[in-house]
Design a protein around this ligand. Structure first.
Ligand code: SF4
Length: 319
């Protein structure tokens, strides 16, 4: 079997807060094969963006390991980390706030290239032209500022900038959620085309299951900093096994008029992510919770390549 592009083992990212530690990402493990897309879904505040930022070293991890092409990058030197960062980039949710308002399109895309001190001005000009073309940014916008473009074009510029250093792995953090629905499909198609042309590996973070369904090979579902289920995308939509995933999927409107699926409304308080107790963090909202759910649990392979973190998974799903 080939080495995955990204592998994360027991990754933790805690933030110090006044009364303890906020467990933003806790004991998360998964891998992403080269050229594939892993979608990470969950409600806002579940730790999915923190997970992406920790993997590409925008945050320092608290514990666990991150492997890039088989190398544990939590142990690399400062110098190696600088080089490594060129291979891992991020496309942000809101292109308006992530782009420098004082930079034109050309300046935005050329900046990462200039900072490497490896290219001549002519080479950079040529590369900017090619990246604009690749990402569908019209040449007439070369000297335009972010406020002079619509959201879709701004996101295309953000993607061109992320591609400037020819990365292999990109974290796409809610890249279409700030865009009009009519523009979302165009940007998703662009990301797919670029993946094929450049053999990119994506981690696609979103709260929108209908978006992630069309772009991901595999999906990981997060709840309060922990991964509760991972599987192939198609399988997850046909056979969700974790009670939280079932509730999430039940909220997607069905296009099948014969579907009798009812929406599962979750009741109960969301557990605090600050100093959480051991045991299932979904227990306060789970209709199947029993006293055994207060015991620690981890992802287990319940079906081939289908991992679930739930004490009662087999019983609930008659497996
Ligand atoms: Fe529900 Fe218990 Fe499974 Fe948690 S471990 S999801 S509380 S049944």
């Amino acid at each position: 079997m080939s080495t995955p592009c990204i592998e994360v083992k027991n990754l933790q990212k805690y933030f110090k807060v006044r009364n303890g530690f906020l467990h933003a990402t806790d004991d998360v493990s998964f891998k992403i094969e080269k050229g594939k897309t892993m979608g990470i879904v969950g409600e806002s505040g579940c730790g999915k963006s923190t997970l992406g930022r920790t993997i590409i070293h925008m945050h320092e991890s608290t514990g666990g390991q991150i492997f890039y092409n088989g190398e544990d990058v939590t142990k690399v030197s400062h110098h190696e980390l600088k080089e490594l960062r060129t291979h891992m980039q991020m496309v942000f949710q809101d292109p308006y706030s992530s782009l420098n308002p004082r930079f034109t399109v050309e300046q935005t895309i050329r900046e990462p290239l200039q900072l490497t001190h490896k290219y001549t001005k002519a080479q950079i000009d040529e590369e900017v032209t090619q990246l604009m073309e690749l990402c569908g940014v019209e040449e007439r916008l070369r000297l335009a500022y972010p406020h002079e473009m619509d959201g879709g074009r701004r996101q295309r510029v953000g993607i061109a900038r992320a591609l400037a250093l020819n990365p292999e792995f990109i974290v796409c953090d809610e890249p279409v959620s700030a865009l009009d629905v009519s523009i979302q499909a165009q940007v998703l198609n662009l990301l797919k085309e670029l993946q094929q042309k450049r053999n990119l590996t994506y981690m696609f973070v979103t709260h929108d299951l209908s978006v992630v369904r069309h772009i991901s090979n595999d999906i990981g579902v997060m709840y309060l900093g922990q991964m509760v289920e991972t599987s192939e995308s198609k399988e997850l939509f046909v056979q969700p096994l974790h009670p939280y995933t079932k509730a999430l999927l039940s909220a997607i409107p069905s296009t099948n008029i014969h579907s009798k699926q009812e929406r599962i409304i979750l009741k109960g308080e969301i557990t605090s992510p600050i100093n959480p107790k051991p045991g299932c963090r979904f227990a306060a909202r789970c209709p199947y919770a029993t006293p055994e759910c207060s015991q620690p649990q981890h992802l287990e392979e319940v079906l081939p390549n289908h991992f679930v973190s739930c004490h009662r998974c087999k019983e609930i799903n008659n497996l």
